[in-house]
Design a protein. Structure first.
Length: 242
């Protein structure tokens, strides 16, 4: 089953299985007031030097993740691709122990990049994100359970099948810069961007290619035990009902 056949097969499921009630039940946990009343991020804290991590994953890991996710798409064994909410049609999540392993392995590197003390960051969640043609990530802020969000570009296939591209017209992540407005962040395979997802608006334009694969990692501060206690709710084991 290729990616187009997969998308056609699951489009109706995506419409039927992602009601408002399910979305609210999953994401709206009790949050501190600080996570409801958002403190804006200063422009100097979201310069390219402070949010972009070129070469976050090396070529071997990128190829491994790409091959693995493509295999899941082709076989969809055990319905591993989970449709996103109605806010994100034509896009799917993949939860897997491999992604959680990378999440934990990269904790120290992310901590250092953010200028935090070692041990002050807790890995919360990891997932793969698959975008098919027409997928869009509407402009939004993450909830407080996603204090530090890392988006890693793995692969993008253009409509012509010509391979990876970093053109801003093909679904690059953008943020709303308080000084520059809508700002696209170019990324090649293995590059990452780290943002305070709950404090800065971000999104993606409609995807014009055939397929794009991303990894998404979330971290929280060690002193935020009110958030860290929810970690298991975002793990692969929980998704399987274990």
């Amino acid at each position: 089953m290729n990616s187009i056949e997969f998308l056609k097969k699951h489009r109706q499921d995506n419409n039927n299985n992602n009601s408002w009630g399910e979305w609210i039940k999953r994401w709206f946990m009790p949050l501190p007031l600080a996570d409801i009343f958002v403190v804006p991020v200063p422009a100097e804290d979201i310069t390219d030097e402070k949010i972009r991590m070129p070469g976050f994953l090396d070529t071997i890991v990128v190829d491994l993740v790409s091959t693995y996710v493509r295999h899941i798409i082709e076989t969809n064994r055990d319905d591993r691709l989970m449709p996103c909410t109605n806010f994100r049609p034509q896009s799917f999540n993949v939860y897997d122990p491999m992604f959680e392993t990378i999440l934990f392995m990269k904790t120290r590197e992310v901590t250092r990049f953010l200028g935090l003390e070692e041990g002050s960051l807790i890995p919360l969640a990891a997932l793969g994100r698959v975008y098919f043609k027409g997928a869009q990530l509407p402009l939004h802020r993450d909830l407080g359970v996603q204090e530090h969000s890392v988006s890693v570009h793995i692969e993008q296939v253009c409509a012509s099948g010509s391979g990876s591209s970093s053109s801003s017209s093909t679904n690059e992540l953008y943020i709303i810069d308080p000084e520059k407005g809508k700002r696209y962040i170019p990324m090649g395979p293995g590059d990452a961007v780290i943002i305070p997802g709950g404090r800065i608006e971000h999104g993606r334009d409609p995807f014009e290619g055939e397929l794009m694969i991303q990894l998404i990692f979330h971290y929280v501060s060690a002193n935020r035990q009110d958030l860290a206690k929810h970690r298991r709710e975002f793990t692969y084991a929980h998704m399987l009902g274990l």
